[in-house]
Design a protein around this ligand. Structure first.
Ligand code: SF4
Length: 442
């Protein structure tokens, strides 16, 4: 009998973007525990699975900086150093958490409470405004499965899923055949509203080019027309009034519509007020037809981070434990703002790379003080860390729970063993908590 050299794991969930595709098949070399083939994933999902294989970029042992160089140490030494840094800081920051599983996120909350630290996740630089708006006005929303089966009008506003969520279109929103939409793409009318003529716009039925930072004006123009108000202007936000009227008629004529919005809406001027008014528009559209709205979440478990933080503290992100109880104030307790004001004197970054996307001044301030990275790969953040703690990659090398962009929780699968001495994020955070408690005498 020929000995099988690889195994195939089916129904694997992709831990890359908030679409959380759950139909991947992954071939793993049984001996070397390397991923050798992935089926059904898009390019970016595929790249994440291959990146789990040992390489010069993958950390396999804990590292501590000594005489300017990161050197391999034992887990005991690395955890001891980590706990020392955190206990001796007066205003430590715990940031990231959106690319790990919910059980580890819960430990992050516990550690932040013990330390009296700042606790933040990547929503503070992506869909934080969405959460603020939802807290203000609620949100009429549904699941991706419902959209797949029912939506005949799909609007992508300030999002470009062809690049950011490539299989969203094929699984849920555009090309897919649904229970009541048996003819797939032919049964759906797709609109893209974006300042840029993106690849998603190029395959839409209607592209509306809005002026940068004028989404708020356009949404309210649509709301005015829906109420029968005739605007004085001939164009709103760069869009001719006639085109807006046509869009309003298309929207009113659909049976089931959905707006998927991205960071083009959350991070343009007006921020959460854009989302606030987009939600109000959605609600008002239900006087005419069925309409819903859903954010296109980026990191695969940023919805989970918001959910876990909320059920533990009452707040989804930008939380301050310095008074012994959680306080919430985005703008004051958000990571970027705190770092810009140089208020943070130690950082623990979990499954994130703020050095790649935070403003330069805030990154400079972060690098001035002790930095710990729980990170599987070398990144601009981990390259400057004082301690690097290598984790198993959740959803590839360990199980866990993750929330899809529509808040459906799914169970991540383990397909292979982690290389070297990697521990899971959960185990690492548990060991840090234990050591911190020991040092502060709890
Ligand atoms: S669309 Fe997102 S979840 Fe699906 S395979 Fe691509 S990266 Fe993974």
């Amino acid at each position: 009998m020929v000995e099988r050299k690889f195994k195939t794991v089916y129904d694997v969930i992709c831990p890359f973007c908030g679409t959380l595709c759950d139909d991947l098949e992954v071939d793993v070399n049984i001996g070397s525990q390397e991923v050798i083939e992935i089926r059904n994933a898009c390019q970016i999902g595929t790249a994440k699975f291959y990146s789990s294989n040992p390489s010069k970029h993958r950390y396999e042992k804990p590292l501590v900086r000594k005489d300017g160089e990161l050197v391999e140490v034992s887990w005991d030494e690395a955890i001891d150093k980590t706990a020392d840094i955190l206990v001796n800081a007066t205003r430590p920051l715990l940031y990231g958490f959106s690319s790990t599983e919910c059980e580890a996120q819960g430990k992050g909350v516990e550690l932040a409470e013990i330390l009296g630290s700042i606790l933040d996740n990547t929503a503070s630089v992506c869909h934080g405004p969405t959460l603020l708006a939802e807290q203000d006005v609620g949100v009429p929303s549904s699941t991706l499965g419902e959209y797949k089966n029912r939506a005949d009008l799909v609007i992508f506003w300030g999002s470009n899923p062809v690049h950011a969520h490539p299989r969203h279109l094929g699984r849920y929103s555009e090309f897919v055949r649904g229970y009541f939409k048996k003819d797939g793409r032919n049964d759906r009318f797709v609109v893209v509203i974006d300042p840029r003529n993106t690849h998603t716009a190029q395959i839409a039925d209607l592209y509306i080019q809005v002026n940068p930072n004028e989404d708020y004006e356009l949404i309210n123009g649509i709301r005015a027309l829906l109420r029968g108000v005739e605007p004085d202007e001939e164009e709103i936000a760069g869009v001719p009034l006639e085109d807006i009227k046509k869009l309003v008629e298309i929207i009113k004529g659909c049976n089931y519509g959905v707006i998927f919005f991205g960071m083009g809406l959350t991070q343009s001027l007006a921020h959460h007020r854009n989302i606030d008014t987009a939600i109000c528009l959605t609600r008002e559209l239900n006087d005419h037809t069925k309409f819903l709205i859903t954010p296109m979440r980026g990191h695969y478990n940023v919805s989970g981070a918001n959910t876990v933080f909320t059920w533990n503290t009452g707040y989804a992100y930008s939380i301050d434990f310095s008074r012994g109880y959680p306080r919430y104030n985005p703008g004051e307790f958000s990571s970027v703002d705190l770092l810009m004001r140089d208020e943070i004197d130690a950082s623990l970054i979990v499954a994130s790379d703020p050095a790649s996307n935070f403003p330069a001044e805030s990154v400079k301030n972060m690098f001035k003080y002790p930095l710990i990275a729980i990170e599987p790969h070398e990144t601009p953040t981990s390259a400057f860390a004082d301690v690097v703690l290598p984790p198993a990659i959740a959803g590839i090398e360990c199980e866990g729970t993750a929330y899809r962009m529509d808040h459906v929780p799914l169970r991540l699968r383990k397909v292979k063993d982690a290389p070297g001495e990697c521990l899971t994020d959960l185990e690492i955070l548990e060991r840090i908590i234990e050591k911190v408690k020991e040092k502060i005498g709890e």
